[in-house]
Design a protein around this ligand. Structure first.
Ligand SMILES: *Cc1c(COP(=O)(O)O)cnc(C)c1O
Length: 362
């Protein structure tokens, strides 16, 4: 913390925060961040590099990303009546949304959930309310409705599928929440490529519903592009807070190219979905674990006999990096989250895990 009087320059909530920590993954098999493990086929790569040659990087980017928006609409089946807001990752969309709110606004989300909702709300000095999920990681509808009634949140975030639990909440419960809240409901579909359900088809049925998506989990995490789809009059307000040129030219050109040649991405996500079933079955066959169902590209599991901290550290000594959630406590006590990688990476993870559970049992 800066010494006085410089510390007085910062809001107390900023001084009390910690920066978002990203683990150093060098030399590890990296299964901690929900990345697509596959690179691009060579012929696609060659054609992509050709298109980049004509990208005018001496000029500012297209401020509205018109061509990219058209590709996103087509590949995500966005209805014509919905407008789009583009963000430098969906993290930036969350920030734009929350920056546009009144200063005393309340932000609500089920917990455990995606940590950036709380992190960004806090950094902006907004009230944040987390409503616990049930022990099965399902929405606690009565608790949600009570919190909506008492807290009058301006925004509710619902990740569908949820991170870090991996499950899809009951869709009827989500609809009840959308209908009951006077504020905005953002259904965060970061894991849409791995799920068969979506609220995109509900756009237009509720005046307060917006759907947020990203290309990160699809396989383009390095490009930083997310978008929000919803009623034009809401998007128009949010667009005033967005910085001009927030989506750089290389990202616009590359995401556009990737979506227009999207068959290879569809094949990769299909391979990841098949591997998810392989890994889930293998985890279920290991004694001493509770494995949670997943509609995403990761699996959450709980260690029942050995502390998760110990398993996590042991995996690291074997060169495997996953995510340890047990520090978050509550419903996530002794929980670990593994991202689905390539088949050989998954097998390396499964044998390392088997070994770490055995060593601990000796
Ligand atoms: C990964 C993730 C995001 C962030 O995506 P970016 O577009 O990479 O910023 C948003 N929401 C959820 C639930 C996520 O898991």
């Amino acid at each position: 913390m800066p010494t006085q009087p410089l510390a007085n320059l910062f809001r107390p909530e900023v001084l009390s925060m910690s920066a978002y920590h990203v683990a150093d993954a060098s030399n590890f098999i990296k299964l901690d961040a929900m990345e697509n493990p596959y690179s691009w086929p060579e012929d696609i790569q060659d054609r992509w590099l050709e298109t980049l040659k004509t990208c005018p990087i001496n000029r500012y980017p297209d401020p509205t990303g018109r061509s990219l928006c058209a590709s996103l609409r087509r590949s995500n089946a966005i209805p014509d009546h919905a407008e789009l807001l583009l963000g430098n990752g969906s993290d930036e969309i969350i920030q734009i949304l929350l920056m546009a709110l009144a200063g005393d606004a309340t932000v609500l989300a089920p917990e455990p959930g995606f940590v950036m909702y709380k992190q960004i709300a806090r950094s902006l000095g907004l009230n944040y309310v987390g409503v616990p999920l049930t022990a099965e990681f399902e929405l606690d509808l009565p608790a949600m409705l009570q919190a909506i009634d008492q807290q009058r949140p301006s925004v509710i975030f619902i990740a569908y599928p949820n991170n870090p639990t991996g499950n899809l909440f009951n869709a009827e419960a989500v609809k009840t929440i959308i209908a009951a809240t006077p504020g905005l409901v953002i259904v965060d579909e970061a894991y849409a490529p791995f799920a068969d359900c979506s609220f995109v088809g509900e756009l237009g049925h509720y005046p307060n519903l917006l759907v947020m998506r990203t290309v990160s989990k699809l396989g383009l995490a390095g490009l930083r592009l997310g978008f929000l789809a919803g009623p034009a009059e809401l998007i128009a307000e949010l667009d005033k807070v967005r910085l001009p040129y927030n989506i750089n030219s290389l990202t616009q050109a590359t995401v556009g190219f990737a979506l227009e040649n999207g068959d290879f991405l569809a094949r990769q996500t299909q391979a990841i979905r098949e591997e998810r079933n392989v890994v889930a079955a293998a985890l279920q066959a290991l004694p001493g674990l509770t494995v949670y169902p997943s509609a995403a590209n990761f699996i959450l599991f709980r260690t029942e006999q050995v502390p998760a901290d110990q398993v996590f550290t042991n995996l690291k000594t074997q060169g495997i990096l996953i995510k340890n959630l047990s520090g978050q406590g509550g419903l996530l006590g002794d929980c670990l989250r593994v991202t689905i990688g390539k088949p050989d990476e998954n097998q390396a993870f499964l044998s390392a895990l088997t070994a770490s559970l055995k060593t601990a049992g000796d």
